[in-house]
Design a protein. Structure first.
Length: 172
């Protein structure tokens, strides 16, 4: 079970101002690991979204939706259900989500004219990294609170996680 302790401190490196987020993990109550992640000091994420690298993330656990309704919600906010492309990204988001419930992510079985039963991210990025729970996959994909993935009936109601690219430039 992950018990996050989050504190913020500032680091100035060259011309870059960053924030450190320290995360405390308690493993078996006998071993502790500390990790830190750097964020740009001036993130361009909407309120309620968390910046990680070039993307803004939002975990919604108060409102539950079917997989498609969750994806529709994310696209209405100019994003998609979250896609993962590395263990580091998954590890970071598993800790900071602070949700103790399962959430929909943007991976699902692709169905097309040729009934291609492969898997694809809703944001059309390639599926290079996966973290399936044992015996999976077979449906729309949820992420357990510990970061493992499971596929479930797409009509089930779950919390969800959205992701969109951060706004770096504003054009008027």
């Amino acid at each position: 079970m992950l018990d996050p302790w989050i504190g913020f401190s500032t680091l100035v490196r060259g011309n870059e101002k960053c924030k450190f987020v320290w995360l405390f993990f308690s493993l078996l109550k006998t071993f502790s690991i500390y990790r830190c992640f750097m964020f740009p000091a001036d993130s361009h994420c909407d309120n309620g979204y968390l910046l990680y690298r070039d993307f803004c993330y939002h975990f919604e656990t108060e409102t539950v939706k079917s997989w498609q309704d969750a994806e529709d919600h994310c696209t209405s906010e100019q994003g998609h259900l979250v896609s993962f492309h590395s263990e580091e990204e998954l590890s970071f988001l598993t800790v900071v989500q602070q949700a103790k419930s399962d959430v929909w992510i943007g991976l699902r079985r692709k169905v097309g004219p040729k009934l291609d039963f492969g898997w694809g991210w809703t944001d059309k990025t390639s599926v290079g990294y996966v973290n399936w729970a044992p015996g999976e996959p077979n449906n729309c994909v949820e992420m357990y609170d510990d970061g493992r993935w499971n596929d479930n009936n797409c009509l089930q109601k779950r919390g969800f996680a959205c992701r969109h690219r951060q706004c770096k430039d504003f054009v008027i």
